[in-house]
Design a protein around this ligand. Structure first.
Ligand code: SF4
Ligand code: SF4
Length: 238
């Protein structure tokens, strides 16, 4: 019922599913049916999404948002018609960009995986009040912002020297990306990890085992034998 509900993930998923374009029809700006101004949230999401599309080589004109009231059926029909024409001129996903469709889809897939990270990293701008001046909108998210965003994608790694196998991170991970077990140093499956940072926040400070890595490769996974935490021998040693 509200364009504010149109999440970045819905748009990216639509492209991932092979759609050539996404059209969002939102209520008129400053005429929100509720008190949430969800249409402004949708607008900001669209601006960010367009910059991301540019970054990966997907034509940003494939995404459009228009604002209208429920009584403006004609406007809806006209804007959809002209958008369809525009998209036909651009061409199908990938072909229109002159790039391999599968390669472009892989890039979209990578973006889809990073959505929780994108939302966390961009949260301040996404929640900041938006200028009513349309000329200011393009400056909210710049291509440089997006380049920095992806340059600084972190990796999360569990330090085997510090992990005490308490299982907190494993229980909190939204993607089942942490492999654990009783008295076993926990490890992160980097393929499944969506970089949400939940494990980093959840690991008790007294252990501080989850490490955030920037601009460096994740150390190799240790062997199964080395993952065993021998608490008894540790006590004896102490
Ligand atoms: S950052 Fe941590 S909690 Fe988030 S998906 Fe990756 S392993 Fe799971
Ligand atoms: S929360 Fe920290 S100490 Fe506990 S299992 Fe995870 S990484 Fe290890």
């Amino acid at each position: 019922m509200c364009s504010g509900r149109v999440d970045l993930s819905f748009v990216i998923k639509a492209f991932l599913n092979g759609n050539d374009a996404v059209y969002i029809a939102a209520c008129k700006l400053d005429e929100c049916n509720y008190i949430t101004s969800g249409n402004y949230h949708a607008l900001k999401m669209v601006i960010l999404c367009k910059r991301i599309m540019e970054h990966i080589g997907l034509n940003p004109n494939r995404l459009k948002i228009n604002f209208m009231s429920a009584s403006e059926g004609n406007k809806f029909a006209e804007t959809v018609d002209s958008f369809i024409k525009e998209i036909k001129d651009i061409g199908p996903f990938g072909k229109g960009e002159g790039v391999d469709e599968a390669l472009l889809k892989d890039k979209v897939k990578e973006i889809y995986k990073l959505i929780p990270y994108i939302k966390i990293a961009m949260r301040e701008k996404l929640h900041a009040p938006i200028s009513r001046n349309r000329e200011e909108w393009d400056k909210i998210f710049t291509i440089q912002d997006v380049e920095t965003l992806f340059r600084e994608v972190p990796s999360y790694w569990i330090d085997p020297e510090k992990c005490q196998a308490c299982g907190t991170c494993l229980r909190r991970c939204p993607e089942d990306a942490i492999i654990g077990g009783k008295n076993l140093v926990h490890i992160i499956d980097q393929q499944k990890c969506i970089k949400c940072g939940t494990c980093f926040e959840a690991c008790p400070p007294k252990f501080g085992a989850v490490t955030k890595l920037l601009g460096t490769t994740v150390p190799a996974v240790i062997s199964e034998e080395k993952r065993v935490i021998n608490r008894k021998s540790k006590d004896t040693k102490d």
